[in-house]
Ligand binder design. Structure first.
Ligand code: HEM
Length: 520
């Protein structure tokens, strides 16, 4: 009954009454190919099949996304099956699984750790880690075997894990130092092992969680499937790290918290000790935030920088221009007697920032989000669509309970927003875009990639400065090109997030192989 309000939306034929299109999404050869095909056929909003004959609205429309993410507060929550999975990935009830007022409380506690002033203090750490990675490559890669093929994302994941450990918890994972670390090993294949190509039965079972009460979900969390066991094992490893850390640094952090320090650990410990319910975090919540930040805060950034290096290898002329920009800025820095770029230097490098924006646009790591309507509502559209009866509509009435799939990858490819040839990686498009003429969406450059509104990415600014710092260090010293020994066809597979795999060489794991050579 709840679907009747949008039965007249056009959409692709539903392949299965039981699974709708849910199964197809997980089997895409390239994450987002389904969305791009639907957008060509039906416009920016269309209807797809959900489980058991139900329907889902799928949209990439700027105004619809703005309405759902920004204007509706908590009225379009995450689906319960998704938030339960987030809870399992976080090892407890953290910010990614919390809803409504609980989320609001947790977010308010954590926000000060991500203020612009707090983040500025991490720049040196980002740059030091970038330099350490350069030294590693100089010694172990370039000198021993010039122009060797390197799995750049593996190295960057080590660098970003070290960064989040130190920035958030003053903890050294020693990943770049090759310290044997079960946790970092466990993270490196977590999404592929747990989320790539689920069987129909497992997909059905997990999606049905949306309809089950919390107490049942709390039991089902311990189902002994291979995937859930894999995620629980990573949580167990993280809990050991968190317990050691709190034991070793507990009293020191307590003092720092009392002195009003705003680093993540001090903020969490202070909230844990708070007597006031509105500013308190339970033990479970505190540890879940630590695990969430570690997971959400390293692979995402490492992966985006790696996609950018791949695109620069595919576009050598842009890479050369970008390197010239970095070198020119280095001369300015040296002339004023400094040794490092400041935040303003990094912000002033237009070609660098355009390349980051374009990579976030083109290779959105979180390419879809599932939400559902808590109340009856009317969703406005920027791009009117034609219904099955030939009517042109610019708003869709929805009933409470309706499922929505937000196509971030689709929105990021709209020609009406991003100009001509949106399927081409071209950072220079940002010279032509006037952001004031676009519908305001998301937290950065009107991109959907960090989501938007009350549940937008809390770490977007952290990630941006980290990407600027790492990319400027690496590109100044190294040239990136496509491997010459063999062709690696990189697939963007849907494994919860969008993950790189080499077509026909999945045994290599999630890798982006590039040829890395010292800049002459
Ligand atoms: C390129 C890098 C990144 C991308 C593309 C990205 C993307 C996203 C997206 C799309 C969401 C919304 C997810 C949802 O609603 O289910 C999100 C949430 C989140 N991100 Fe990021 N993220 C990145 C980096 C980071 C970093 C570096 C951190 C931490 C330092 C971080 C921490 C978080 C947290 C804690 C949330 C949950 C926020 C909430 O629910 O209130 N992310 N991110």
């Amino acid at each position: 009954r709840r679907n009747r309000s949008f039965k007249h939306l056009r959409g692709p034929p539903v392949p299965s009454w039981a699974f709708g299109h849910e199964y197809i999404f997980t089997r895409q050869q390239e994450a987002g190919e389904f969305d791009f095909a639907c957008m060509k056929e039906y416009g920016t909003t269309w209807r797809i099949g959900g489980l058991l004959g139900s329907d889902t609205i799928m949209t990439a429309d700027p105004k619809a996304l703005q309405h759902i993410l920004h204007k509706s507060g908590y009225n379009y929550p995450k689906r319960r099956d998704n938030s339960k999975m987030s809870e399992i990935f976080s090892g407890g009830p953290g910010i990614t699984s919390a809803a409504g007022e609980v989320h609001q409380r947790q977010r308010k506690i954590m926000n000060p750790a991500f203020s612009a002033t707090q983040l500025r203090s991490f720049l040196t750490l980002f740059q030091e880690t970038g330099r350490k990675l350069c030294e590693k490559w100089e010694k172990e890669v370039v000198v021993s075997t010039p122009s060797k093929t390197v799995y750049v994302n593996k190295w960057l994941a080590k660098a970003t894990l070290d960064i989040i450990g130190q920035a958030a918890f003053d903890y050294n994972y020693g990943a770049l130092d090759e310290r044997e670390n079960a946790l970092s090993k466990s993270y490196s294949t977590l999404f592929i092992d747990s989320s790539l190509y689920p069987t129909k039965l497992k997909l059905f079972y997990r999606t049905m969680w949306h309809y089950l009460p919390d107490w049942v979900l709390d039991i089902l969390e311990y189902t002994p499937t291979r995937e859930l066991k894999r995620v629980r094992e990573t949580s167990r490893l993280f809990r050991q790290v968190a317990d050691d850390l709190l034991r070793e640094k507990g009293s020191e952090v307590q003092d720092r918290a009392e002195e009003g320090h705003k680093d993540v650990l001090s903020i969490l410990v202070k909230a844990n000790a708070s007597e006031e319910p509105r500013s308190r975090l339970s033990d479970k919540e505190m540890k879940a935030q630590m695990q969430t930040l570690t997971l959400a805060g390293h692979e995402t950034t490492a992966s985006t920088v790696s996609w950018m290096l791949l695109e620069l290898a595919r576009h050598p002329e842009y890479q050369t221009r970008l390197r010239e920009e970095i070198r020119a800025r280095r001369e300015v820095v040296q002339a004023r007697g400094d040794t490092r770029f400041t935040i303003d230097d990094l912000e002033s490098m237009t070609l660098l920032n355009n390349a980051i924006k374009e990579t976030l646009r083109y290779h959105a790591i979180v390419f879809h989000l599932n939400r559902y309507a808590l109340k009856d509502d009317v969703i406005p559209l920027q791009d009117p669509i034609v219904t099955t009866t030939g009517e042109v509509i610019d708003a869709i009435p929805v009933k409470a309970g309706t499922w929505m799939k937000l196509s971030f990858c689709g929105y990021n490819r709209l020609p009406s927003v991003w100009g001509a040839e949106p399927d081409v990686w071209n950072p220079d498009r940002f010279f032509q875009i006037d952001p004031t003429k676009q519908t305001k969406l998301g937290v950065y450059a009107n991109l959907a990639t960090f989501s938007g509104g009350v549940r937008s990415c809390i770490g977007w600014r952290f990630s941006l400065i980290e990407m600027q710092a790492l990319a400027s260090e690496l590109l100044e010293k190294f040239e990136f090109s496509l491997p010459k020994d063999e062709v690696y066809d990189i697939q963007r597979v849907p494994a919860g997030m969008m993950v790189p795999l080499v077509r026909g060489k999945w045994h290599l794991g999630s890798v982006i192989p590039l040829c890395v050579a010292a800049v002459p």
